[in-house]
Design a protein around this ligand. Structure first.
Ligand SMILES: Cc1cc2nc3c(=O)[nH]c(=O)nc-3n(C[C@H](O)[C@H](O)[C@H](O)COP(=O)(O)OP(=O)(O)OC[C@H]3O[C@@H](n4cnc5c(N)ncnc54)[C@H](O)[C@@H]3O)c2cc1C
Length: 402
């Protein structure tokens, strides 16, 4: 295992961190007061600067206009950009586009790549991923009600989805729908590309999540597919392989999210330490940081962040060396562990800020609201824990007790 950072990568990270500090953090107060789409002109300008600096789309191949970083290096980038909710978007590395780009690279036909992938990597359009359903349990994704029925040279899609993140303003959705109901459960669904201007693609609403409906990229929509007809050539990958492809999409995606959360932890931790050092809480002028309970929180958070960070880097390393299948256990471990650390660190940082922490005068309340979802999307905590425990216990079934 070698987690050493190359000189080139160190230079890239320094440039990115500086950009985040100078160009993006100053935009946050406005972002917290207004809607994402109101900020688009400024964000587009920042994107232009990122492209000029040749830091655009860090994890995408060079031949598509990206930086061509491998998973380990992109993990470090995700940490740097994660310090602000605007980071990944401005650098062209945001979910759900990043995951959609990966599967379009791998499974897209030449025509699909030209129409959907090329403008997506270039940041000219956005996309969304439409799998979770209102009436069915997302934690068991083989239970889908949405169908795509063949009719001549088309698929006709019917179903109700929600939490289709970033659907507002997206050019197309990648939809999971049952195409082969007679097949075994894991081979029933397919991925189909649906342009959002197709009749029958109805964005019902942006769901209000933790008090905010959001807008544009920063939103989660409910979508009703009503006799939504797309040509069969919009099938992405082989028919019936939707779950297999979805699993492939989730592996690197979980590394990206976990390292983004480590970036959030670093930011919250820095705010916590700064506030504790400056906030005078005693008449003799001693700050909050003089209290042992706060010192204990600071030490515990430092250890938690370090542990989670090394676990994520190890999972990334294993995935890069041996592939996603071999790294399944490590990925499940980091998914619930890093999400738990994120919640704990942000909560403590907020507590140290007292009433100020509850306001939108710092970024902490935003993190507290929006990052609670980390324990739910890309696999709920409980399912990851169950699969980790099952694999561990399997090893013990045939082993003599010692
Ligand atoms: C912010 C956010 C963004 C999202 N973005 C997208 C997106 O872009 N596209 C998309 O398709 N979906 C998206 N989702 C949906 C997400 O994938 C689902 O919410 C998730 O899979 C859980 O499904 P569910 O909400 O139906 O919960 P359910 O399946 O109903 O589960 C509810 C709870 O039951 C418990 N539980 C579930 N299974 C078990 C078990 N086996 N054992 C014990 N307890 C269990 C867990 O505590 C779980 O939280 C997003 C969700 C959020 C919150």
């Amino acid at each position: 295992m070698d987690f050493a950072i190359s000189d080139k990568m160190q230079a890239i990270l320094e440039m990115m961190n500086e950009f985040v500090d100078k160009e993006l953090l100053p935009l946050e107060p406005e972002y917290l007061k207004r809607n994402f789409v109101d900020l688009l002109p400024q964000l587009e300008e920042k994107r232009r600067l990122v492209k000029q600096m040749e830091l655009w789309a860090p994890q995408h191949p060079r031949e598509w206009g990206g930086m061509g970083l491998d998973l380990m290096d992109f993990a470090l980038v995700s940490e740097a950009l994660g310090r602000t909710p605007l980071g990944h978007y401005v650098f062209g590395a945001q979910a759900p586009d990043a995951g959609n780009i990966e599967i379009l690279h791998r499974y897209g036909t030449e025509a699909q790549k030209e129409t959907f992938l090329e403008p997506l990597v270039a940041g000219k359009i956005r996309s969304c991923f439409s799998m979770t359903e209102v009436e069915m349990p997302g934690s068991n994704p083989i239970m889908l009600e949405t169908t795509a029925v063949k009719d001549g040279s088309d698929y006709v899609i019917n179903g109700q989805k929600w939490y289709t993140s970033s659907a507002d303003g997206a050019r197309f959705a990648i939809v999971m729908a049952v195409t082969n109901p007679e097949a075994s459960p894991y081979l029933q669904a397919s991925m189909i590309i649906v342009p959002t201007d197709t009749p029958g693609f109805n964005r019902v609403r942006n769901i209000s999540v933790m008090g905010h409906a959001g807008s544009g990229w920063a939103s989660h929509a409910e979508i009703l597919y009503q006799s939504c007809r797309v040509p069969r050539k919009n099938l992405l990958g082989p028919e019936g392989q939707g779950f297999v492809i979805a699993q492939e999409r989730l592996g690197p995606g979980r590394i990206h999210h976990c390292m983004r959360w480590i970036g959030i932890c670093q930011r919250a931790f820095a705010l916590m330490c700064a506030r504790a050092s400056k906030r005078i809480i005693a008449p003799d002028g001693r700050p909050l940081s003089s209290k042992q309970i706060i010192q204990a929180w600071i030490a515990e958070c430092a250890a938690d962040i370090q542990a989670a960070r090394l676990m994520v880097l190890h999972a990334a390393w294993k995935m890069q060396q041996y592939g996603a299948r071999e790294a399944r256990q490590e990925i499940s471990l980091i998914k619930f562990f890093a999400a738990g650390i994120l919640q704990k660190v942000v909560d403590r940082a907020l507590q140290v800020h007292g009433g100020l922490g509850m306001t939108d005068d710092t970024i902490l309340a935003f993190f507290y609201r929006h990052e609670r979802a980390a324990r739910i999307y890309d696999g709920v905590d409980e399912v990851h824990k169950i699969s980790v425990a099952r694999r561990i216990l399997q090893d013990f079934e045939n082993r003599p007790a010692r």
